[in-house]
Design a protein. Structure first.
Lengths: 283, 285
């Protein structure tokens, strides 16, 4: 009996060090119960937190004493100065335009790459892994750093922001898309091929209708994220609302900052609402 | 959905199964929908491309592009493997430390927010107000939070920690809310029927349902926070970003290259680990 249970259970390294507890049931059988992992995880977390506290010099005391100042600042933000609003409109529209164009460029580029990197369509495994690795590398680069490099290369302004957003979108949409493409039903594709269609025809009429709605919904989701992200790109000189935000904080003009943030909030909420509605329709 | 309904209706009215040919003739025609989508996208692109012009490269544009590429292929190895205060490993560890603390504090702070915003626990009015608050926290970009906190606490890694604790609340509580609203209340009823005390009900009825998704959310957010922490340095909130931007601006390409390599490797490793843990949490093995 003993042998039976232990051979059924998968013993990890942890279980070999901390032997499982043997429990005898009322009917005479005995079962083994693995030791809980919680103490180890808690210990690990405690060490990580302690090290992090030392490394960052975080002090709760400072937060508590300075919290009053933050509340004052937030109060000023919540009393926006609406006379500043006319100066917000133009950068706000720039930000939206940047994210629209960037998203479209990124998504268009992502479609062929995503198809190439799905293992159920592209049978050449090395190519699939190479493309995925490159996509992974692109995704690790923070948008702000890309925007900064773009601003250094193509002068300050909305163009650099658009390129930065396009690169960021490309990485994310391609990844989400190939993950969805791998879950599509390949049955229709095989059926088309059996009927004598060539690869492209089969792909066009069996796979594309399955991919398109997912593709559109991923693109919309990415657009939502991009509106938020592009609002700060101006901080490194890539156009849009970021310049205004940075300038207002620099001037300590928190009432106007409130105007900027509230308008951004309203725009983001409207776009989120629309895109969520459309995505629900698509699925 | 629609397509099946249409065919089912036809079959019902004809009172027989449709032949394959008839089915094909009644196939869903979506070209109008696609035409509308294409037109809308074209319109939006036209509208936005109107204002975004390619103004050519800057005077030093090609030099920057070449420099970055050169730097990536010839990183400064002393910086990359050094052990000093301003070397890549130390800065990466500091970035991780900021993300760890920010995520843990954020995850703890998000719990009350999430419970207050759940419709199945709180009255509707309260839940809506808390939800708007959460949405506001989420909309303000993390860099803006960092800029505001720097005004209050001064620059440094501690400021990064506070920033991340605050802005993590938004997303984490949003995902906590979904978990809380999916709670299976039948289990609580059966525990009630067995005569359990409220404490036992929470311990054996609520916690086991929530922990897995809470931990999964937190690890996911750690992933995001780590990427965020790399950029927080740009505004002076600690981590690797500050040094990277300084090197970019002073055009020391070798150093830029080593920072970029450090950053890429770190983010890739963390992403790999976090996906693996989350998959285990979701599927057991």
């Amino acid at each position: 009996m003993e042998n039976n249970t232990s051979s059924l259970m998968k013993l990890t390294l942890y279980d070999r060090i901390f032997k499982p507890q043997t429990v005898t049931l009322p009917n005479g059988h005995s079962v083994q119960r693995c030791r809980s992992r919680t103490p180890v995880i808690v210990l690990f977390l405690a060490v990580a937190i302690w090290l992090s506290l030392r490394m960052t010099g975080f002090d709760l005391h400072v937060v508590i004493t300075k919290f009053r100042k933050m509340v004052d600042l937030l109060e000023k933000i919540l009393q926006p100065d609406w006379s500043f609003f006319p100066k917000v409109v133009s950068p706000l529209i720039d930000t939206i335009k940047m994210s629209i164009l960037g998203t479209v460029i990124g998504c268009v580029l992502a479609l062929p790459v995503a198809i190439l990197s799905s293992s159920n369509i592209n049978k050449s495994i090395p190519v699939v892994w190479l493309i995925r690795f490159l996509l992974g590398l692109i995704r690790t680069l923070p948008t702000l750093i890309i925007a900064l490099v773009c601003a250094l290369i193509f002068s300050l302004g909305t163009f650099s922001g658009t390129i930065a957003i396009a690169i960021f979108t490309f990485g994310i949409v391609a990844k989400m898309l190939f993950e969805s493409i791998e879950t599509i039903d390949m049955g229709p594709f095989e059926a088309m091929e059996a009927l004598g269609a060539n690869k492209f025809q089969a792909f066009w009429s069996a796979c594309v209708p399955q991919i398109l709605p997912v593709y559109l919904s991923h693109s919309l989701y990415c657009f939502e994220m991009n509106v938020r992200a592009s609002a700060i790109l101006g901080y490194v000189g890539a156009g849009g609302l970021g310049i205004t935000i940075n300038e207002r904080i620099g001037w300590r003009d928190y009432n106007s900052l409130g105007t900027v943030l509230l308008s951004l909030f309203v725009v983001v909420v409207i776009i989120d609402f629309f895109s969520e509605y459309l995505r629900k329709k698509l699925s | 959905m629609e397509k099946k309904d249409k065919i089912a209706m036809l079959e019902q009215s004809l009172d027989r199964k449709l032949t394959t040919l008839e089915m094909y003739e009644n196939r869903p025609r979506k070209w109008i929908l696609y035409l509308v989508i294409v037109l809308a996208v074209a319109l939006l692109v036209g509208w936005s491309a109107d204002d975004i012009h390619f103004t050519g490269l800057t005077a030093t544009g090609t030099e920057v592009a070449k420099g970055v590429v050169h730097g990536v292929f010839h990183p400064d190895t002393n910086l990359l493997f050094g052990t000093g205060d301003s070397d890549v490993p130390y800065l990466l560890l500091q970035t991780i430390a900021i993300a760890v603390l920010g995520t843990i504090f954020g995850a703890i702070l998000a719990i009350p927010f999430a419970f207050l915003a759940s419709f199945n626990i709180m009255p509707k009015a309260v839940a809506y107000i808390v939800r708007i608050l959460i949405l506001m926290i989420r909309t303000i970009p993390s860099i803006v939070w960092a800029l505001m906190w720097i005004r209050v606490t001064g620059p440094g890694a501690a400021c990064g920690v506070i920033t991340q604790s605050v802005c993590s609340i938004g997303m984490i509580s949003k995902m906590y809310i979904t978990a809380i609203e999916d709670l299976d209340t039948h289990i609580l009823e059966s525990l009630d029927a067995m005569g359990c005390t409220p404490f036992q009900k929470i311990r054996y009825g609520v916690l086991p349902q929530l922990t897995a998704s809470f931990i999964s959310t937190t690890i996911y957010r750690f992933d995001i926070n780590l990427k965020d922490a790399t950029t927080l340095g740009i505004v002076g909130a600690g981590g690797i970003g500050a040094s990277l931007v300084q090197c970019l601006n002073s055009r020391r390409w070798g150093m830029v290259g080593s920072f970029i390599w450090g950053l890429m490797v770190l983010v890739l490793i963390i992403e790999l680990i976090s996906t693996r843990i989350r998959r285990k949490l979701a599927h057991g093995e």
